[in-house]
Design a binder for this molecule. Structure first.
Ligand SMILES: [Zn+2]
Length: 318
């Protein structure tokens, strides 16, 4: 997922709580209620991209992006030593950040609103009409104008927003549909590359409804899944960003696929390739139950070209 942090103050906090070191928020407001924009921090998964919007000389600017170094977690502690506005709470949602990269030049929020005015309005109303998967956005339409929502400290910076931010970035996006293709490998710049990779990963998980696609595997939820490439990144450039070149698997099944302990046939059925399970009951438990069964339902099927690449790589003959 791609997220947006809106940090409007320039205060210095304890080490680890400052800008580009982490994102954090109290787990509840002063009256004990939950604030949805704060709860989102707990949904971050290691590797997610976080864009940053800051106040610089009175103007809000997109200044750069970071990578989540941890999943969202809960910590008892304090961002400052002295009295501060968060004294009412001792428990926070937090995500450690790494690899802060500056946007050069930084992008004025007002320019972003002006340049993408029509698209942002369309996106806003489409999102509002969604029955499920409605995103919490950092902006609203107020008195006919696009406005930053000041309480939106942490929000979902959905696919279309960073792609507006980075011009010339072609997502081939279809609203509310699983995207067929993203040019993840285009070497236009690091930002496009990172965004493309993240979008591929999100699309693959969405394609399998965030479940491990191995038959009968019970694992689900973004944080426990990997969007693995069927044809390796380095081996097949044209297929890189294609959702059909991805399998959504839990950590164990991803590893087993990567090592060639199983593959899929042309009908998307699991073919277990381990000959000898002696003294490896756990591996038998992991794989045997899925043998000859079709992977879980998806909107886009794995590409046969990608599967052939996998067969070739692991020496599987059909
Ligand atoms: Zn699994």
């Amino acid at each position: 997922m791609i997220w947006l942090e809106l940090r409007t103050n320039n205060r210095t906090y304890n080490p680890g709580w400052n800008f580009s070191e982490s994102v954090w928020a109290p787990i509840q407001t002063q009256d004990g209620s939950k604030w949805p924009f704060w709860n989102l921090i707990n949904q971050v998964v290691k590797g997610d991209i976080i864009f940053h919007l800051r106040n610089i000389n009175g103007n809000k600017r997109f200044v750069g992006y970071s990578t989540a170094a941890t999943d969202g977690y809960i910590i008892s502690g304090s961002p400052t030593q002295q009295n501060h506005e968060w004294d009412f709470v001792q428990t926070y949602y937090k995500v450690e950040l790494t690899d802060f990269i500056t946007l050069n030049p930084t992008i004025l929020l007002s320019d972003f609103f002006t340049n993408n005015n029509a698209d942002l309005r369309t996106y806003f109303s489409t999102n509002r009409a969604r029955r499920t998967n409605k995103k919490r956005l950092f902006y609203v339409i107020q008195r006919g104008r696009l406005q930053c929502l000041n309480g939106a400290y942490f929000s979902e910076f959905d696919v279309i927003l960073p792609s507006m931010l980075v011009r010339n970035y072609d997502t081939n996006r279809r609203e509310n549909a699983v995207v067929e293709n993203v040019n993840t490998g285009v070497a236009v710049g690091e930002v496009e590359h990172r965004i493309g990779h993240q979008i591929f990963s999100d699309n693959v998980k969405e394609n399998f409804s965030s479940k491990c696609c191995f038959p009968n595997c019970p694992v689900e939820g973004r944080g426990f899944l990997i969007s693995g490439h069927i044809a390796r990144w380095a081996d097949n450039e044209p297929l890189r960003g294609h959702t059909g070149n991805g399998l959504c698997l839990c950590l164990m099944h991803d590893k087993a696929f990567e090592k060639g302990l199983f593959t899929l046939d042309e009908n998307y059925r699991v073919v277990v390739l381990v000959n000898d399970f002696t003294n490896r009951q756990w591996l038998s438990d992991l794989l045997q139950g899925g043998n000859n069964l079709e992977i879980k339902p998806r909107q886009i099927n794995p590409l046969s070209q990608a599967l052939k690449d996998h067969w070739r790589r692991i020496g599987y003959e059909r």
